[in-house]
Structure formats: C-alpha cells, structure tokens
Design a protein around this ligand. Structure first.
Ligand code: HEM
Length: 444
C-alpha cells in the first residue's frame, strides 16, 4: 500500500484535471494507495485501483460503504437529505419510493417527449449557426428532465435556473476540493459561499412554486409523474408523507443529477464524433434505415453503433469521474484490513484508462464495445454509473435519452468544432470542458 504525496497529487490535478489523477498509479503498491488530508484527526483516504477491489467495496460491502461524511456534510447544506447524499434507513426509503418511476416500462413512455423537446430546441439551430455546445446540451437535457419527471415547463426560466445550478455547483466544487472550505459553514462571508447561497435561494423559489402549483391541483387532478409519487406516497410502516423540506431536497437533487451528467455525455460524444469522421460516417450510415424519420425507442435496437459511441464516451469521459465512500465497520479486501470509518475514493477515470483492460486507452474506439463486450469485462472495470446498491437510479433513463438525442442530432446536422475540447482542470465534480467549445452546425 503506497503513500500519496498530497501536494504533488493536488498539483497534478490542478494542472491536468482527471489526467493528473492518473498519477495515482505511481503511488499504488498492490493496487492500493492512501492519502493523508491536511486535517487533524482525520483518518487517511484509501484509493483502490484494482477492479476486483472496487467491486468488493461497492457490492460485497455495499451496506457498509456509505457516502463519505465530509463530502455529504458539504452537500447536505445545499441538497439536504436528498437521495444522492443520504445514508441508512432514510436513503433506503427514498430509493424504494423513486425506483418504480425509473422502471424500464415507465421510462419507455418518456421517449416520445424526449425527442419532441429536442426537436423543438434544434428548430432554433439555423443554418451555419455557431453555438456553445455544452450550453445547448444543458438546456435540452434540463427541459427533458423537468418535463418528463415533473410535468413542468422551464423554457421561460431556463437562464435563471442554469445560473442557479452554476452558482450552487461552483460553491460546492470549491468546498469539495478544499478541506478548509469544506469545514466552513455556508453563511461564512467569502465569495464562493456567497455564490452558493445565491444559487440556493433562486432554487428554493423555483421549487416552492412547483410544489405550490401541484398542491393546488390536488392528488386526483395531478399527473402520474415522479413529483406526484414523491408528494403523495406514504411510508409503508408509519403512513407518513414526505414533508415540504424533504420534497424540496429530492426535487433539487433530481434537477441537478438528472440533466448535468447527460448533457456532458452528449457534449463529449458529439465532440468525439466531430474529431473522428469515420465513426460519424458509420453512425450516419446506420441512420439511413430511418429514411429521415426521427428516431424512436423502437428504432434503438437497430442503431447499435450509437450505443457503442456512448459507451466509449462514458469510458473516456465519465461525467462522474470519481466517487467516495466511508465504511462504518472494519472491512477486509484482498489481504488488506481497513479500519472502522475508513474513507475511500474510486477514480472511475483511472479504471477506464487501465491499458490491461482497455488497450490504447486514449484512443476513441467505439468498436471495442462490439458484441456486448461490456458484459465480458472484469467486474469493477467499467463504472460510469457506479455499481452496487447506490448505482445510478437514472441509468436507463440517461442511456435512452442520450441514444435518442445523439441519433437525432447526427441525423439532422453536421457538427464542426471551432474550439478544441479539453478536460476541465482541477477536481470538478463533473467532468466537463475546460473552456466553452463552440461548434458550427450545418443541416444535412
Ligand atoms: C450520463 C448520465 C449519468 C451518469 C454518468 C450518472 C452517474 C451516476 C453515478 C456514478 C452515480 C453514483 C454516485 C455515487 O456513488 O457517489 C449516480 C447516482 C445517482 N444518479 Fe446518476 N448519472 C447519470 C444520469 C442520471 C439521471 C438522468 C438521473 C435522474 C433522472 C440520475 C439520478 C441519480 C440519482 C438520484 C443518484 C443517487 C442514487 C442513490 O444514491 O441511490 N442520474 N449517477
């Protein structure tokens, strides 16, 4: 087990972002490295590199491996006890409540709305217009998640909501990358926390009006969507309904988790296709079977290459590129004993760049996913949606949305990059572009 040089490691990420985190391999001995954060009394953070160790932590010890307390504390000041950062019985209850809405049969019904919203949005892409790629993708995926899960239209408030998400995200990222900021209360008068408070305030107003509107409709007249499921379902044991505070926390969590990641998956996929014309041609050839009709759920089985493009993009640019856990009991993995309260970081980006599993890991090669290759990979090697009991609840929703939209965009437009996409430096929570990437869209 090798010790990480904290300063060197942080500098590597400051300079090269997730690529800097690949230096973890230099420290790992027997596939494990550990880091002492510069905070008194805090136990070390362990980094597991071997796929089988990662799998064991997340699956075998899934019950013990909860969200890391320090990170969850920072997150809770914004997201409260929403599903993403809660633990134990509360998490189990919320997961059980939401799971049916993400069931395969349910999400199939969202397909038509997803395509209709995307079509409406790209109707504004004029011939040869220059667009900010990520900005466009975020606006579309935000509209989709709010429409499908909350039956609400945010088109009019898009700018305000996106700004609030950026403000909350910037404050959160600053705290997540600095242990000193992480320990500060949110009211502390410094710019990053002021920005976070401003974003949270806007969000509270937006969510409050969504909740009030729905309450006015009453249960009988409300649409059968996730918002109604959250609002009107009762706890099987206590018969209690979710209070306003909990409801607000879940809505905020889904607003952010439900669109930001998919927006980056689409942005990176389109960028890779623009850089790899042969792959773009292969995808477009497949689309000919639609004879100009917009893609629908029933077509997806006939469009396997677009799924491979998404799998390869998720490998090279996993939007959630690291995850963290903390165990509350002593655990044993692969000959190592980890003490009670041990913290773990899994760098998904590093797993996905392991040359023993993915030869030439920096080469964009959708073909490596041919013939259901994902099913034959060692467990713990490929984790864009994590694994174990905290696996992404929106996994199926996101893949369906991304496949429909990627096909739609590629069918209608040729996309040319005007800027070179680079990964964001530092330790962002989500792996986006370092600077805005402009594209030119030309109708096909
Ligand atoms: C490409 C798109 C997406 C990616 C890469 C992604 C990735 C992930 C990952 C890695 C986790 C686990 C985080 C951790 O263990 O700390 C997660 C959790 C979660 N995701 Fe996603 N996600 C995506 C889309 C979505 C969508 C569309 C939704 C909702 C509509 C969603 C909702 C959630 C929720 C609620 C959790 C927490 C689940 C729990 O703790 O039980 N995600 N996601």
């Amino acid at each position: 087990m090798g010790k990480i040089n904290y300063r060197k490691f942080i500098r590597a990420m400051r300079e090269n972002g997730a690529d800097g985190a690949l230096t973890i391999g230099d420290y790992a001995d027997d596939g494990v490295a550990y880091l002492w954060l510069p905070i008194p009394f805090l136990p070390p953070v362990y980094f597991l590199l071997k796929p089988e160790d990662v799998h064991e932590l997340l699956v075998k010890y899934g019950d013990q491996a909860e969200k890391m307390e320090l990170v969850a504390r920072v997150a809770r000041s914004t997201f409260g006890n929403g599903i993403l950062f809660s633990n134990g019985a509360r998490w189990k209850r919320q997961r059980k409540l939401m799971q049916p809405v993400f069931h395969h049969m349910h999400i199939k019904a969202y397909g038509e709305r997803m395509v209709a919203i995307a079509e409406d949005h790209i109707a504004h892409w004029n011939a040869n217009s220059t667009l900010d790629l990520a900005h466009e993708m975020h606006n579309i995926t935000l509209r989709i998640v709010v429409d499908t899960l909350f039956s609400s239209d945010v088109t009019g408030a898009m700018g305000e909501i996106r700004q609030a998400i950026e403000d909350v995200g910037a404050g959160f990222a600053a705290q997540a990358s600095s242990p000193i900021l992480a320990l500060m209360p949110d009211w502390f008068p410094i710019p990053a926390l002021r920005q976070k408070r401003r974003g949270a305030k806007t969000f509270n107003e937006v969510l409050q009006s969504l909740i009030t509107e729905r309450r006015t409709l009453g249960e009988a007249n409300s649409p059968q969507d996730l918002l109604s499921a959250l609002m009107y379902s009762k706890d099987a044991e206590t018969g209690e309904m979710m209070d306003a505070e909990q409801l607000r926390n879940e809505l905020l969590t889904l607003y952010v988790a439900g669109h930001e990641t998919t927006a980056w998956l689409l942005s990176w996929s389109l960028a890779f296709l623009a850089q790899n014309p042969q792959a773009a041609e292969k995808l477009c050839a497949e689309l000919e079977s639609l004879a100009g009709k917009s893609p629908s759920i029933d077509d997806l089985a006939r469009l396997p290459y677009s799924k491979m493009v998404l799998q390869e993009t998720l490998r090279m640019r996993p939007p959630v590129w690291f995850i963290q856990r903390q165990t509350h009991e002593e655990i044993h993995i692969n000959g190592h004993t980890y003490p009670k309260n041990a913290s773990f970081t899994i760098i998904i980006y590093a797993n996905h760049h392991n040359p023993d599993i993915f030869p030439e890991p920096r080469v964009f090669k959708p073909e490596r996913w041919e013939n259901d290759a994902e099913k034959r990979l060692p467990k713990g090697a490929y984790l864009p949606f994590a694994t174990g009991q905290r696996i992404c609840i929106g996994n199926g929703f996101a893949m369906m949305e991304a496949q429909l939209l990627l096909n739609l965009f590629m069918q209608r437009f040729q996309i040319t990059l005007l800027d070179e996409p680079q990964i964001k430096k530092g330790t962002p929570i989500i792996l986006g572009f370092d600077k805005p990437v402009r594209v030119q869209v030309t109708p096909r």
